[in-house]
Ligand binder design. Structure first.
Ligand SMILES: *Cc1c(COP(=O)(O)O)cnc(C)c1O
Length: 363
């Protein structure tokens, strides 16, 4: 007798983690922070270690209070999860089930389609435009009476593009109020456009917007798993019903609070990641691999049929990336040493006089 399987599960691909890196290689495959954790954060976590025999505060009250003050919102509107990917799942489960549709741009965050299918709902993927950015008009046109939730990943993973603030506001205003618009701002700290970080403002101005933030990327806590949403009251209440109890550890809550206290120090690190991102973008362009202008902590090279070639070339130079065969390659921004490696790998592959001159000049 075969073991039971849930109907529809064969349509769900297992989440594919960014490639692990052999010792000594530069792991630029998962958009992690290249920096070691801040000493103040490590110390705060260490102080809580002798309490791990106890369950954490399931409501993450202290952290939610900190966030409530920062954003001047009622703490009841804030929900915390084991990574914002868990919060994304909560939001989907809170509003959509069998027969309902959840929309997102494509290509975008790889977890969206699986999370939607796991909830029993139907994913609706609207292709990005020719600039690798959200096609908001096409997304509006794709709304049906069954649409329950729309993700806008801003900046978008893996293409690094942002949605213009005015265009996003017009989009949100045009979406019917019985559809929740979730603005996933996992990479908002790396956005250097003037209109950055519009999510919370949209939340304040519109009744059907939720904002998704994570401590994994800019704050460097990917390994501890913590993220949060700010959502309308009814949505937040239903998220608490579908959340897995005690999913967020006390150590993660502690590290998140300590990180909020260390934001100035973190800002310096974020600036460094942005500098290296822009440097990598320039290197790639010089070497004949133009990337899409990025506002995130990674760049996207739409290398199409040359994707495997670029992946192999970087791999040979000790740089591990995230490749989407036939489409493109996403390279996370890293430390200066990581991007030196990218530079060397590109130079090794195309020894143009131009590049060797640059190399000598920077050694
Ligand atoms: C990395 C990422 C997340 C969430 O990561 P967590 O570690 O689960 O907080 C959410 N959205 C996007 C678009 C991401 O790239």
């Amino acid at each position: 007798m075969p073991l039971p399987t849930r109907a529809g599960l064969d349509a769900v691909p297992a989440y594919r983690q960014g490639r692990s890196a052999p010792a000594g290689a530069s792991k630029l495959s998962s958009n992690e922070s290249p920096h070691a954790p801040l000493p103040s954060v490590v110390e705060a976590v260490r102080e809580r270690l002798d309490g791990i025999n106890r369950y954490p505060d399931m409501s993450a009250a202290a952290l939610r209070d900190d966030l409530a003050v920062r954003y001047a919102v009622d703490p009841a509107l804030i929900t915390v999860g084991a990574g914002s990917v868990e919060i994304a799942a909560q939001l989907i489960h809170a509003v959509a089930g069998e027969g309902d549709e959840v929309m997102f741009a494509w290509r975008s965050f790889e977890a969206y389609p699986s999370l939607v299918r796991i909830a029993g709902a139907t994913p609706v993927a609207v292709p990005l435009n020719a600039d690798h950015a959200h096609d908001l008009d096409a997304m509006l046109a794709a709304i049906t009476s069954r649409t329950r939730l729309i993700f806008v990943c801003n900046p978008n993973n893996p293409t690094g593009t942002v949605v213009d603030a005015d265009a996003l506001e017009a989009f949100v205003a045009a979406v019917p109020h019985d559809v929740l618009v979730v603005i996933d701002e996992a990479y908002v700290h790396f956005d250097r456009t003037e209109s950055r970080g519009a999510g919370i403002e949209l939340f304040r101005r519109h009744p059907h917007v939720a904002v998704l933030h994570t401590f994994s990327k800019a704050y460097g806590l990917a390994g501890l798993r913590i993220g949060y949403a700010i959502a309308p009251a009814e949505i937040a209440e239903n998220q608490r019903k579908v959340a897995i109890p005690f999913g967020v550890t006390d150590l993660a809550q502690t590290a998140a609070r300590a990180s909020l206290d260390a934001e100035e120090e973190l800002a310096g690190r974020i600036d460094e990641v942005v500098v290296q991102r822009d440097r990598m973008q320039a290197l790639l362009a010089t070497a004949g691999w133009p990337a899409v202008p990025s506002q995130a902590n990674f760049v996207w090279v739409p290398a199409r049929e040359r994707t495997a070639l670029l992946e192999a070339l970087l791999h040979d130079g000790g740089v591990i990336t995230r490749a989407f065969p036939g489409e493109g390659i996403r390279i996370s921004s890293g430390s200066a040493a990581d991007i030196d490696r990218v530079e060397a790998a590109l130079a090794a592959s195309s020894p143009t006089p131009d590049l060797s001159v640059r190399k000598e000049a920077t050694v």
